[in-house]
Design a protein around this ligand. Structure first.
Ligand SMILES: [Zn+2]
Length: 281
């Protein structure tokens, strides 16, 4: 897909799994099973860490970095993930790119499934994975990550992002704004404080990288939101703010965690918005 001068490409990192109940909050199991997927024997549903590469002649901008590979066997079992399959370098290689080629990394937020790939072990030491890149995250999210609530503290691991700050590669952004021409950061607070969505637009088309506001296509339905969300009512308000715009202006929504649906348009139905066409970008 192309928007303005930007070629938008998918960078696949590995699949993983999370508890289906936790992913759909108050929604009963028969409903989320129908809307998304059957769970496995541990009640986990299949998810992926799908990233976006925004490609121009001058810049290679990556949105999020997947889980990385700085974890142990216990973690592999809990999240049904294989360390050999997770590094973002494998996904970039399919586009004939190396980590050194990345010029900018937009981090939607600092939960480990989004920022784990931002740093890596090199000879036993943790270093930035994209050493020639500038990384961007909201200032309030960085502060939140250093001092999280009991609710999302298990999702923040300092070695995923503190080394970026120490090396001077991390730029802390304060609020909404255009980071590159046609690429806008939209901070929202329901999932975690100051997570940022990424909106890419030209005169005709818009794509919204909706990150964990709607991790899968099933989360477009208003009450389908995660038990992990810090502020559920805020999530509902944020859906009420952005989904009508997405429908009216025919935006493409890009899903970071949906194991099947890469992108979709949405439509208005009796009880709110639902996904209409699904497609690959
Ligand atoms: Zn998250």
């Amino acid at each position: 897909m192309k928007i303005g001068k930007y070629k938008l490409k998918v960078v696949e990192t590995s699949n993983f799994a999370l508890d289906g109940g936790a992913m759909f909050g108050v929604v009963p199991k028969p409903l989320w099973t129908k809307a998304y997927s059957e769970p496995d024997e541990k009640n986990r549903i299949p998810l992926t860490a799908r990233l976006m590469l925004i490609d121009t002649d001058q810049k290679k901008i990556l949105i999020d970095t997947g889980m990385g590979d700085k974890f142990d066997e216990k973690f592999e079992k809990i999240y049904n993930v294989r360390r050999s399959e997770t590094p973002v370098a494998l996904g970039l290689a399919k586009h004939n790119l190396k980590c050194e080629d990345i010029t900018d990394v937009i981090l939607t937020h600092l939960h480990f499934d989004h920022v784990g790939g931002a740093t890596q072990f090199v000879n036993g030491e943790i270093q930035p994975t994209f050493k020639n890149a500038k990384y961007y995250v909201q200032k309030q999210q960085y502060e939140w990550a250093l001092n999280p609530t009991l609710k999302d503290r298990a999702s923040f691991i300092n070695h995923n992002y503190v080394p970026l700050k120490e090396d001077g590669l991390l730029e802390l952004i304060d609020g909404e704004g255009e980071i590159f021409p046609g690429i806008k950061l939209l901070p929202i607070d329901g999932h975690t404080k100051a997570m940022q969505m990424v909106k890419i637009s030209d005169d005709d088309n818009t794509l919204l990288y909706i990150t964990d506001l709607c991790p899968t296509h099933a989360h477009i339905i208003a009450p389908y939101h995660m038990g992990y969300d810090n502020f559920p009512l805020t999530v509902l308000e944020e859906k009420e703010k952005y989904l009508p715009q997405a429908y009216e202006d025919n935006w493409t929504i890009f899903f970071e965690h949906d194991h099947k649906v890469e992108a979709a348009k949405i439509t208005s139905a009796k009880k709110g918005f639902i996904v209409s066409d699904t497609f690959k970008i």
